[in-house]
Design a protein around this ligand. Sequence first.
Ligand code: APR
Length: 313
Amino acid sequence: MVNARKKITVVGAGQVGTTVAQLAAYKNLGNVVIADIVEGLPQGKALDLQQSGCLQVFDSIVTGTNDYQDTAGSDIVVITAGLPRKPGQDRSDLLKINAKIVKEVTEQIMKYSSDPLIIVVSNPLDAMVYVAKQVSGLPKSRIIGMAGVLDSARFRTFVSLELNCSLVDVDAMVLGGHGDSMVPMPRYTTVSGISITDLMNTEQIDRLVNRTRSGGAEIVGLLKKGSAFLSPGASVVKMIEAVLLDKKRMLPCTAFLEGEYGWDGIFFGVPVTLGISGIENIIELKLTEEEKKAINTSAQDVKKMIDEVDLFL
Ligand code: APR
């Protein structure tokens, strides 16, 4: 039987992976395969999700598997597999563990899919998406990290709460690495086209910028166990929609730089156009001296991490 529906594979049946699978199915974006190393977990989640189909009205077929053969011919693969950082664990140890996981997952995916578009979510993000690119050999248009969509969603949320205005009218741009040195861009953050630099004072902007930078940690601190998953999942699905529906959305995504912004060979959060071919264009902004400095500091942090992860490949 011919099936013309797109195939979306989500690796990692944890919190983020399940949210991605659920939203992708609810939006009828394609058939969904959930893969995980733990036996029964992806099968159970898939069956549960499939049984919500007649209630949420979707036609997507959802399956769970521990066998990568079932991911064959994927159009999109979302990698959320990885271990969370344990209390007291060295960042470098986590980098090593998750690099090994992302390497194995990417090798398995590429065995059965010849030209997938891969979206990486596993942390530390900028290094993990680099691992997936090195291992897969995919062109830079087809391998993307999810960070900027989430970080700018957080910034948008804080702006709308501060100004008591509709979220719908707020747009934001957050560039750089997905770490403490990420670069929220107030000049390019607007409410109905008006830059927030015209709507807020410096104290307000600095406060929101800092809250955005520690947006993930704030949620970890509240949850005690695990990290954010609803907004990360929704961010991934926004990217999947942009690609599968060829929306040509202009979004901040983690892309491989080859000279853009003065950096080469690193993954970094920049504005891109996302459509059916993946990253169709990287937009280079004219930055102020202060913005350039912040971008370079963030890029240096990312470069250090990528140099470190390169040793494990
Ligand atoms: N192959 C496949 N799946 C794996 C592997 C592997 N080698 N190793 C671990 N996993 C699976 C785990 O079994 C688990 O189901 O990855 C899943 C991770 O799920 P969670 O622990 O719930 O983590 P989650 O909150 O979903 O976050 C996933 O996204 O935002 C980032 O920092 C976060 O790196 C983390 C990732």
